[in-house]
Design a protein around this ligand. Structure first.
Ligand code: HDD
Length: 718
C-alpha cells in the first residue's frame, strides 16, 4: 500500500518546517492563502452571502419553469467568472508542473562572482521550479518525446534570479530571431493542427534539415534524454552562456548545471507511447507523489567558468548555444544543492501563473553576447505581459521576498497601494532613490563595462558556422543501447513524415554524423541508402553525455513504484516480506488485485479476517505505471495463470527491462509467460539474480532482498 500522506497534514507540517528553516517564500505566499474549508457560507465576490446557487432566478407558475431573469446578479457573476477562467497558455512549454524547494550553497564562488546567492554559504534560498514539455498544449501528455523545460526561480535577498533552462544542454538555433520560425515548424502544422506533442511530422524535420545548426540538438532529442522516467531523474542546464562578475569587477563566462542525485533515467519508447494514453499525467503525479512521500528530489548545482580573456581559446564559439563546453576542457565545479520539498496548494495561481525571465539576474550575475540569450531577454518579459498583464510581477508566486519599491505605477490589475505624494525620481523628498544617488548606494545592479566596437551587420562570427563536430561527439559518447535507441527514434519520427524530400534529406544529414546510423534509418524509413559518409566522423568522445555516466552516488529504490500482484490464495509470508522490505527502503508498494474489494491470503479465514484491500485492480492499471512487479507464490497462481491481463503484464514488464520478482509457484508462471524468450533462469532457493534481465525468482517464499538488488540493477541498466 502506497504510503501516501494525507495532504492537509503534510501541508501543515511543511509550512511549519519551511518557516523554521527560513523559507521566506512560503511565509510570503501564505499572506494570500485561504482555506475553502474555513468558509462558512458562499458569498458573491463582493462579499454578500448567497442564499441559493443551484437555481437561476426565473419565473415559475407551479407547473412550468418560465424564463430566466437577467436580474439574477448572482447567476450572472458565476457565469461571468467561469467564462473568463482561462488565460492564454504559454506559447511554448504550455504543459508543465512545479514545486517549491530550497537552494543551499555549499561552497562560495566568491572568486568568480559577488552574487550573495552564490557566495553566502549560510543562506537557504527559496526556489520555485517548473518542469515542462515544449511542443504540446496545456492538456497534452507528459511522456511525449520532447525537450523538458527546467525553469528555476531563486527568491534571493537581492531579488529574483531565474535560470530558464532545459534538460538538454544545447538548443536548436543560434540566433533568437529564428525562434518564431522554429516554433511554428515544431508545433502542430497550420492546415490541420496535427500532430500534438510530437516532432514526428514533415515541418519539423524540414526545418531542422534546412538549419544544420540544429543537428547537435536533434541528436539529443532523438536520444533517451527526450523521454525521461521522471522530472526528478533529469539534468537541468541553463543552456545559454551568462557572465559572473566578482567584487574586483573581473568577469568569467559561465554555464549552469543541475545534476540529479537519483541519476539520469529514461523510459523506453514503447513505455512512453503507451503511458501517453494510459496515464497522461505520469510525470506530474510522480513529482507530487515523491514529495508527498518525503522522497525529496535533489540536484547538485554546478558551474563551468571561463575567464573572459580565454573567450577565444576554443574551436567553437563559447557564446554559441548549440555547443556544450566539454567537461574535459572546462571542468564542472559543484557548489550547491537544490531540493524540492513542497507541492503547490493550488495549480493555477502558483504554477500556471509562475512566470520566468532570462533577464532576471541579480548583482554579480550578468549576460553575455550569446545571440540566443539576447533575444530571450526581450521575449520572456514580453510574453508575460500578454499572458498575465503588465503587473504580473505582483502575483504571489512571482513577487520577490526582498524589499521591492520603485516609481512604476498603474496598469491593469495593479494591486499594490503605494502611499506618498511622489511617483518619480528625482523628487524633493529624495524618496526611493537609485543606489547611485549621491554616489553612496551599495548593492545595485551594474552592467559589466564591456568594451565593444564593430560594424552593424546581420551576421554571426565565423565559428558559429561549424555544426557537425559536437553532434558526432554526442553520438560517439553514447553506450551501445543508447545508440540503438537513437536509431529507433529516427526510424519512428521519419516514418511519420510522408514527404519523401523530408526523410530522404534527413538520412543524408545523418550520413554526415555516422554512416551506419544513416543506413539503418534509411532502410527503415524507405529512403535511398546512403553509400558514403557525407562527412568523416572524428571518433572523439566526451564524458557526461551518455546517461550511463550518471549512476547515482547512493543508489536507492526510494520513491520507485512496485506492483504486487495478488488474487485470493496468495502466499502471505512472501507478500508481507516484500511489502515490508519495499517500505523500509522508501519504495512505494501498490497492491494490484483482481478486484478492489478485499482479497484473502492462502488459508485466511474470510469470516474473521478483513483480507487486504488492493490499491487497484489489474484492469485499472498497466505495468507501464510501475518500475517493478512482484508476484508472491501460493494457490492464487492458478487463477493468475489464466488471466490474460496478468500474463500481458509480466511480458510487457519484461519487454520494458523492468525488475520482476516471483516466489514459490509464481516462479513457474513467470517462466511460462517468458518461455518464448531465450533465458536462463536461476531459481535457487536463495533468490538468484539475473543481472542482465532483472528477473529474480526464489523457489521458496523467503529472501526478498534479492528482488531489491535486482531492482537496483534494473534502472541503472536502462
Ligand atoms: Fe524559451 C518559455 C527554455 C529559447 C521564448 N523557455 C520557456 C520555458 C523554458 C524555456 C523552460 C518555460 C518557462 C516556464 O516554465 O514558465 N527557451 C528555453 C531554453 C532556450 C529557449 C533553454 C534556449 C536556450 N525561448 C527561447 C528563445 C525564445 C524563447 C530563443 C524567443 C526568442 N520561451 C520563450 C517564450 C516562453 C518560453 C515565448 C513561453 C512562455 C514563457 O516564455 O514564459 O517567451
Amino acid at each position: 500500500m502506497a504510503a501516501t500522506v494525507a495532504r492537509g497534514l503534510q501541508k501543515a507540517e511543511d509550512t511549519v518546517r519551511a518557516v523554521s528553516t527560513g523559507e521566506k517564500k512560503v511565509a510570503d505566499i501564505t499572506r494570500d492563502t485561504v482555506d475553502v474549508q474555513q468558509g462558512k457560507f458562499i458569498t458573491t465576490d463582493h462579499g454578500v452571502r448567497v442564499h441559493n446557487t443551484d437555481n437561476w432566478l426565473r419565473v415559475v407558475d407551479g407547473k412550468h419553469s418560465g424564463p430566466s431573469l437577467l436580474e439574477d446578479q448572482i447567476a450572472r457573476e458565476k457565469i461571468h467568472r467561469f467564462d473568463h477562467e482561462r488565460i492564454p497558455e504559454r506559447v511554448v512549454h504550455a504543459r508543465g508542473t512545479g514545486a517549491f524547494g530550497n537552494f543551499r550553497l555549499k561552497e562560495s564562488a566568491a572568486d568568480v562572482t559577488s552574487a550573495g546567492v552564490l557566495t553566502d554559504t549560510s543562506r537557504n534560498t527559496p526556489v520555485f521550479v517548473r518542469f515542462s514539455t515544449v511542443q504540446g498544449s496545456r492538456g497534452s501528455a507528459d511522456t511525449v518525446r520532447d525537450v523538458r523545460g527546467f525553469a528555476v526561480k531563486f527568491y534571493t535577498d537581492e531579488g529574483n534570479w531565474d535560470i530558464v533552462g532545459n534538460n538538454i544542454p544545447v538548443f536548436f538555433i543560434q540566433d533568437s530571431i529564428k525562434f518564431p520560425d522554429f516554433v511554428h515548424a515544431v508545433k502542430p502544422e497550420p492546415q490541420n493542427e496535427v500532430p500534438q506533442g510530437q516532432t514526428a511530422h514533415n515541418n519539423f524535420w524540414d526545418f531542422v534539415y534546412l538549419h544544420s545548426e540544429a543537428t547537435h540538438m536533434f541528436m539529443w532529442t532523438m536520444s533517451d534524454r527526450a523521454i525521461p522516467r521522471s522530472f526528478r531523474m533529469m539534468q537541468g542546464f541553463g543552456v545559454n552562456t551568462f557572465s559572473l562578475v566578482n567584487k574586483e569587477g573581473k568577469r568569467h563566462f559561465v554555464k549552469f548545471h543541475f545534476i540529479p542525485h537519483l541519476g539520469v533515467h529514461s523510459l523506453v519508447w514503447d513505455e512512453a507511447l503507451k503511458l501517453a494514453g494510459q496515464d497522461p499525467d505520469f510525470h506530474r503525479k510522480d513529482l507530487v507523489e515523491a514529495i508527498d512521500n518525503k522522497a525529496y528530489p535533489k540536484w547538485d548545482f554546478a558551474i563551468q567558468t571561463i575567464p573572459e580573456e580565454n573567450q577565444d581559446d576554443f574551436e567553437f564559439d563559447i557564446l554559441d548555444a548549440t555547443k556544450i563546453w566539454p567537461e574535459e576542457l572546462v571542468p564542472l565545479r559543484v557548489i550547491g544543492e537544490l531540493e524540492l520539498n513542497r507541492n503547490v496548494d493550488e495549480f493555477f495561481p502558483e504554477t500556471e501563473q509562475a512566470a520566468f525571465c532570462t533577464s532576471h539576474v541579480v548583482p554579480g550575475i550578468d549576460f553575455s553576447d550569446d545571440p540566443l540569450l539576447q533575444g530571450r531577454n526581450f521575449s520572456y518579459f514580453d510574453t508575460q505581459i500578454s499572458r498575465l498583464g503588465i503587473n504580473w510581477e505582483e502575483l504571489p508566486i512571482n513577487r520577490p521576498v526582498c524589499p521591492m519599491m520603485n516609481h512604476n505605477r498603474d496598469g491593469a490589475m495593479r494591486h499594490r497601494i503605494t502611499t506618498g505624494t511622489v511617483n518619480y525620481w528625482p523628487n524633493r523628498f529624495e524618496a526611493c532613490p537609485p543606489t547611485n544617488f549621491k554616489q553612496g548606494g551599495k548593492g545595485g545592479f551594474t552592467s559589466y563595462p564591456q568594451n565593444i566596437a564593430g560594424i552593424k551587420n546581420r551576421a554571426l562570427s565565423p565559428k558559429f558556422r561549424e555544426h557537425h563536430s559536437q553532434a558526432q561527439l554526442f553520438y560517439n559518447s553514447l553506450s551501445e543501447h543508447e545508440k540503438a535507441h537513437v536509431a529507433k527514434a529516427f526510424s519512428f519520427e521519419l516514418d511519420h513524415c510522408d514527404d519523401p524530400i523530408v526523410y530522404e534529406r534527413m538520412t543524408l544529414r545523418l550520413a554526415e554524423i555516422e554512416l551506419p546510423l544513416a543506413q539503418q534509418v534509411a532502410t527503415m524509413v524507405g529512403a535511398p541508402t546512403p553509400k558514403k559518409a557525407g562527412m568523416q566522423n572524428h571518433g572523439k568522445k566526451a564524458r557526461g553525455l551518455s546517461q550511463v555516466d550518471f549512476a547515482p552516488k547512493n543508489p536507492t529504490i526510494a520513491s520507485r513504484r512496485i506492483a504486487i500482484i495478488v488474487d485470493d490464495g496468495y502466499d502471505p509470508i512472501a507478500f508481507a516480506g516484500i511489502n515490508g522490505a519495499a517500505m523500509v527502503a522508501g519504495a512505494l508498494p501498490f497492491v494490484i488485485g483482481s478486484r478492489r474489494q478485499p482479497i484473502f491470503a492462502d488459508g485466511e479465514d474470510r469470516s474473521s479476517s478483513k483480507g487486504v484491500t488492493p490499491d487497484h485492480h489489474y484492469d485499472g492499471m498497466r505495468s507501464t505505471m510501475f518500475d517493478a512487479t512482484f508476484i508472491p507464490g501460493g494457490p492464487h497462481v492458478q487463477t493468475l495463470s489464466k488471466n490474460g491481463l496478468v500474463r500481458h503484464w509480466i511480458a510487457e514488464s519484461f519487454g520494458h527491462l523492468k525488475a520482476i520478482g516471483a516466489t514459490g509457484d509464481a516462479v513457474g508462471l513467470v517462466q511460462r509467460v517468458l518461455a518464448g524468450v531465450d533465458l536462463q533462469f536461476s531459481t535457487s532457493a536463495n533468490a538468484g539474480v539475473m543481472e542482465s534481465y532483472g528477473v529474480v525468482t526464489a523457489a521458496g517464499p523467503q529472501k526478498p532482498e534479492g528482488f531489491k538488488e535486482a531492482f537496483q540493477i534494473l534502472k541503472d541498466s536502462t
